[in-house]
Design a protein around this ligand. Structure first.
Ligand SMILES: C[S@@+](CC[C@H](N)C(=O)[O-])C[C@H]1O[C@@H](n2cnc3c(N)ncnc32)[C@H](O)[C@@H]1O
Length: 256
């Protein structure tokens, strides 16, 4: 049985990788995907779960007022500082398992799988039920979920150029037990031009999604899956990928 990862452990992980993760998130080419959803669906209110440095919330706020929630105060402070005063983005410290707002949202997004930190099925169900309650009747929830094809160790390395150097990220994934749990180890090495190199290594436990069980799980939380994509180009999920993108809406009476 999976134990629950404490918020302190999750925060400690993000605190330790803070400067590296900021550079990594700037290098990610995913803003167009999230912006495209807002352009297409024209939501009146947007919520981002696990907003991190707030780049996606900020980008979405060009289309409608957007709230980003996270449990990491340093990241939220950074996100708020990056926001021009004219922005309609707001940041709130909140635990996704206890999501509660006095209003509904037409678009709720969970990019780069914040749910991967919820290690138990019960926590995931609890959070998905909260998401369903916060969706407007025509609203959509989009989750970029962690998917691992086979229960085999995996490793990869990526390299990004940034303003004052090169960041190398080495990740390794080891399956834990028989479920969807993984021990992830990230090593960041930031080589600067006129400064000493910086490096950090950190491990954490993450939980991937099992696509074959998604429909039933979402349904039990009041959500109906409309699409399962395998990437941010919206290609159908094929199993040959590292992520599963889920598009869901609220379950209606005639869906039952
Ligand atoms: C992989 S990061 C994604 C950040 C951002 N969405 C992005 O795509 O750059 C996951 C985020 O989820 C947050 N998180 C983890 N557990 C959470 C919880 N229980 N409630 C709210 N946020 C959480 C972390 O602090 C982290 O910022």
């Amino acid at each position: 049985m999976a134990r629950s990862e404490s918020l302190d452990e999750v925060r400690a992980y993000y605190d330790s990788i803070f400067p590296f993760y900021e550079k990594e998130s700037v290098a990610r080419a995913h803003l167009d995907f999230w912006r495209g959803l807002a352009r297409q669906w024209r939501p009146a209110r947007i919520l981002e779960i696990g907003a991190g440095f707030g780049r996606i919330t900020r980008a979405l706020a060009r289309y409608a007022p957007a709230i980003g929630i996270d449990i990491s105060l340093p990241m939220l402070v950074h996100a708020a500082r990056q926001c021009p005063s004219s922005s309609r983005a707001r940041y709130v410290a909140a635990d996704m398992r206890r999501l509660s707002f006095p209003c509904c949202f037409d678009l709720i997004v969970a990019p780069s799988d914040p749910f991967s930190h919820l290690l138990t099925a019960a926590e995931r169900r609890q959070t998905l039920c909260r998401v369903a309650k916060l969706l407007s009747p025509s609203g959509r929830f989009v989750l970029e979920g962690l998917y691992r094809r086979a229960r085999q160790p995996e490793a990869r390395e990526r390299r990004f150029r940034h303003a004052d150097g090169v960041l190398t990220i080495s990740e390794s994934w080891q399956p834990v037990g028989r479920g969807q749990l993984w021990k992830a180890t990230y090593r960041y090495l930031d080589r600067g031009r006129n400064r000493p190199d910086r490096a950090v290594k950190f491990s954490f436990t993450a939980r991937a999604w099992e696509p074959s069980k998604l429909r039933r799980l979402f349904r039990s939380c009041g959500l109906k899956i409309e699409n399962l994509w395998g990437d941010l180009e919206q290609r159908p999920f094929s199993g040959q990928v590292r992520r599963v993108v889920v598009v869901a809406s609220r379950l209606r009476r005639n869906d039952l």
